[in-house]
Design a protein around this ligand. Structure first.
Ligand code: UD1
Length: 429
């Protein structure tokens, strides 16, 4: 199994190109099931999760074509994928394929909307809490699907098609909103989605669906109205920049000091987190089509943070921010309100010398003068990134095991960081 080896202590200086967002690319790829015509997606990151979803879609009979690299394109320039669900032969998503990635469960929505039935395994994904799918099922039921749980599979049926309805989410769910949008797009009549997720990835999906002929109003707000249409068409769509990757590298720079331009990304995708980083002592400016982050000389200030749905502080940056706070000049409190059990990185950070106390949904982080390199284990996708950030600042060598978690969500991480002066390498094994 591959490992990442880091010798800490180098500041980061240079340019990091930000990839397309994994969390936008996945629902966009799934949306290809809504039409028999071709959906062309560009700026798709090269990640393990994207490859897994391609396998699942192929299993249904979706044709895909990955465009060759054009002159000037590098490994970090996203890929273009054409997906055509013209001859879907199966609406069954087996456990072996769905269990590795939670988002693949979302295929249930376009399948039942377009073909009247779907049989999809209950999902897997990061081990960060129970992560149920009750609200996704509720959304489909509100649109007239009948749902049966059979041997670990969710079987959704709507032989006469879905009907528009009212979906009131009791809590904000990104996946639930994606599912509701895709299902409602082909339902007969109007659907109102209340307490909808406002995440940029939801807006990106809605924009693509509109280009495909869907009639959607209010995406990006907490109430979305969808007027169903009988058929959708193909289109081309550029995946939006990855705000979590952006925030992760911004935090890495805040941690190590230095000066880095994050290219192809936008501050408004993560304004809350950038404001927090400024309070912590980083300087952040918009520059060209990117964001410049620097911290020179001054120390890291402790900042209290609570995770919240967009536009609040993203749960997917909580672990990375905790890594930063381990070096702050004082105590910070980090509350996790989205997922229970999303503190598995705490014990790994402790191996590097961090001082963190857990108290229910909160973590108190007492900043220390220095971290010391050690072997650590990646426990989930975002926690792996937190260990990288800590390792970049730790004295001596840090080895991160189980980096397949990182490969699910961070494109060419070690290349991007080493180009900015980090002493980081992948050890094959
Ligand atoms: C998505 C993101 C993930 C991010 C999360 C929250 C993708 C591929 N993943 O995950 O990176 O951390 O949003 O921003 O985009 N819940 C229920 N019942 C349900 C569904 C969700 O109780 O049926 C709960 C969850 O347990 C959690 C909360 O709702 O407590 C939010 O989860 P949700 O927004 O649905 O997360 P995902 O869409 O799975």
């Amino acid at each position: 199994m591959d490992r990442i080896r880091i010798r800490g202590g180098q500041p980061l200086n240079g340019t990091i190109p930000i990839s397309g967002a994994k969390n936008a690319a996945l629902p966009l790829m799934i949306a290809s099931l809504l039409t028999e015509e071709t959906l062309e997606l560009s700026n798709v990151p090269r990640l393990a999760d994207i490859a897994s979803l391609l396998r699942i879609l192929s299993n249904f009979g979706v044709d895909h074509m990955i465009a060759g690299r054009r002159p000037g394109e590098t490994q970090e320039t996203g890929q273009t994928i054409r997906l055509t669900a013209g001859s879907v032969v199966d609406t069954f998503a087996p456990y072996e394929l769905v269990s590795t990635m939670r988002a693949s469960f979302w295929v249930i929505a376009p399948l039942v909307a377009r073909f009247g039935e779907a049989r999809v395994s209950m999902p897997g994904g990061c081990a960060i809490g129970t992560r149920p799918v009750d609200l996704l099922i509720m959304a489909l039921e509100k649109l007239g699907a009948t749902i049966e749980i059979d041997g670990g599979y969710v079987v959704a049926r709507a032989p006469d098609g879905l009907k528009g309805g009212e979906i009131d989410f009791p809590k904000v769910t990104v996946g639930g909103t994606h599912v509701a949008l895709m299902a409602a797009a082909l339902a007969d009549g109007t659907t109102v989605i209340r307490n909808a997720a406002r995440e940029p990835e939801v807006t990106d999906l809605a924009e693509c669906l509109v280009k495909m002929g869907a009639r959607i109003e209010g995406a990006g707000t907490s109430e979305i109205t969808v007027h169903g249409v009988p058929k959708l068409n193909g289109t081309s769509h550029d995946v939006l920049p990855d705000r979590i990757e952006t925030g992760t590298y911004a935090m890495a720079v805040a941690m190590t000091g230095g000066n880095v331009l994050l290219e192809n990304t936008k501050p408004e995708l993560l304004q809350f987190a950038l404001d927090v980083l400024e309070q912590a002592g980083a300087k952040i400016t918009r520059e060209g089509n990117g964001i410049r982050v620097y911290r020179n000389g001054n120390g890291i200030q402790p900042v209290d943070v609570t995770t919240d749905p967009f536009p609040g502080f993203p749960t997917d940056l909580q672990a990375q921010f905790m890594a930063l706070m381990t070096r702050a000049g004082g105590t910070s409190r980090i509350r996790e309100t989205i997922f229970e059990n999303r503190f598995m990185h705490v014990q790994e950070l402790a191996r590097l010398g961090a001082r963190i106390r857990l108290d229910g949904d909160g973590a108190f982080v007492d900043g220390v003068d220095g971290l010391k390199g050690a072997p650590v284990m990646a426990t989930d996708l975002r926690a792996s990134a937190c260990l990288v950030i800590a390792g970049l600042a730790a004295e001596g060598e840090t080895t991160i095991n189980r980096v397949y978690h990182l490969d699910r969500g961070f494109e060419a991480l070690e290349t991007k960081l080493s180009r900015c002066g980090a002493d980081i390498e992948r050890v094959k094994g």
